[in-house]
Design a protein around this ligand. Structure first.
Ligand code: SAH
Ligand code: SF4
Length: 382
């Protein structure tokens, strides 16, 4: 059994484990403000405490083994776990609106290795389900990306659970990670800046609401009638559109926020105006925002990317009727953008079997980070 990682504890839990308890706050600062993952480098921590931690705990449990940099500033990270599995996270740099406004970052996190839900269009589904990620492995995705991209501790970061896996199928670990990510002495990412995206496990939407974490909810709807939705997303046979929307209507939504509905637009499948009309009536009475996502084709997929003109007509219809609707900017399209694609690319090459001996500095260090080249050529052996 490997030792539990310090990234898996809330501040209060760590205080209860360490004596004197003020050490917990100091360690939190090292972990989340300095991105330090070697306890021996935490130089205000006593030798005894360092020994205690080394005996009973670990820190880092995942390692980036491949990083792809997109021309638009997005980066896709492939992480390897201690037990030899891999999964992905994406760091998205949002556009700078003005010269004075600094950049914003969104991190797309994985909650599982693989996924049990098995959606027909999703690349992650192809590899089946391997295991849940622990709370520590979820939190460490954020620390590793902040460290590697040199994002200073105080910079605003948004989190979306839209990487690999179904977060509501791993709710206890995801909920624990959300609490740790929002700790003020740590990463301080407010729960309202964290979004859980779900394929619609209705009873778990209810549980999530009852937990009152304050997170945002996104529903992957993708179809407006049950026949089509069941074909695209087998989960719909257990919890259909009406079941999901009934839970959404009861979900506690921050008064400043809306429930996001993701609608994957697939050519000739769900891109017609009749579907837009039905979507409008389904969402009647819900403080909703629709996000149209253009299907991202991948190897072996039976579906096609829609025409932009059809997507625009779909969006225009909803907007004219007063629904908030955006077309999701396809960030990182020049890298393996849809979830699961980077993993596939690497696993089908030799890179995972012979990992690059690549180490990121444990602390933000301008000079050494400069020398890290994240271009595709460096990290991918295809
Ligand atoms: N399991 C959760 C969260 C992870 S999937 C869910 O399904 O909501 C995150 C989003 O990526 C979902 O909206 C999913 O439908 C979308 N997605 C999956 N495969 C895609 C593809 N090939 N192209 C574009 N989006 C895709
Ligand atoms: Fe799982 Fe989401 Fe992919 Fe469906 S879209 S298989 S729920 S990760």
């Amino acid at each position: 059994m490997s030792k539990p990682s310090l990234y898996g504890y809330t501040l209060n839990e760590l205080k209860a484990l360490l004596s004197p308890s003020f050490r917990a706050k100091q360690i939190y600062h090292w972990l989340y403000h300095h991105y330090e993952c070697d306890v021996l480098c935490m130089n205000n921590i006593s030798k005894n405490m360092q020994d205690f931690i080394q005996t009973h705990f670990s820190i880092s449990q995942i390692e980036p083994i491949c990083i792809e940099q997109s021309r638009d500033g997005s980066r896709k990270y492939l992480f390897q776990t201690r037990d030899g599995h891999s999964f992905e996270s994406v760091l998205i740099q949002m556009r700078q609106e003005t010269e004075h406004k600094s950049e914003k970052w969104t991190m797309c996190l994985s909650s599982q290795i693989g996924c049990k839900v098995g959606c027909a269009f999703c690349f992650t589904a192809k590899g089946g389900f391997v295991r849940n990620l622990s709370a520590a492995e979820i939190v460490e995705q954020v620390v590793a990306m902040k460290r590697h991209a040199q994002i200073p501790p105080h910079k605003r970061v948004n989190i979306v659970f839209m990487g690999m896996g179904e977060p509501l199928d791993n709710l206890s670990n995801v909920a624990q990670a959300i609490k740790i990510l929002s700790e003020l002495e740590g990463l301080s990412i407010a729960a309202r800046r964290q979004t859980i995206s779900t394929s619609g496990i209705a009873p778990k939407i209810k549980t999530l609401g009852e937990l009152n974490l304050g997170v945002q909810l996104a529903i992957s709807l993708h179809a407006v009638d049950d026949n089509l939705r069941s074909r695209l997303m087998p989960i719909n046979r257990a919890y259909n559109i009406a079941d999901v929307l009934a839970e959404v209507r009861k979900f506690p939504v921050d008064t400043r926020k809306r429930v996001m509905f993701e609608y994957l637009v697939i050519k000739g499948v769900n891109d017609d105006l009749a579907s837009a009309k039905k979507l409008l009536s389904l969402l009647n009475g819900i403080r909703a925002k629709v996000n149209l996502i253009l299907f991202n084709p991948h190897k072996g997929s039976a579906f096609e990317r829609p025409q932009m003109s059809d997507v625009k007509a779909f969006a225009d219809f909803l907007i004219k009727k007063g629904l908030l609707c955006t077309i999701r900017e396809s960030k990182g399209l020049d890298i393996s953008a849809a979830c699961g694609q980077l993993r596939e690319k690497i696993e089908s090459s030799t890179a995972l079997k012979q990992p690059q001996s690549y180490k990121i500095p444990s602390r933000v260090d301008m000079k050494s980070v400069d020398s890290i080249n994240v271009s595709q050529e460096t990290f991918i052996e295809s």
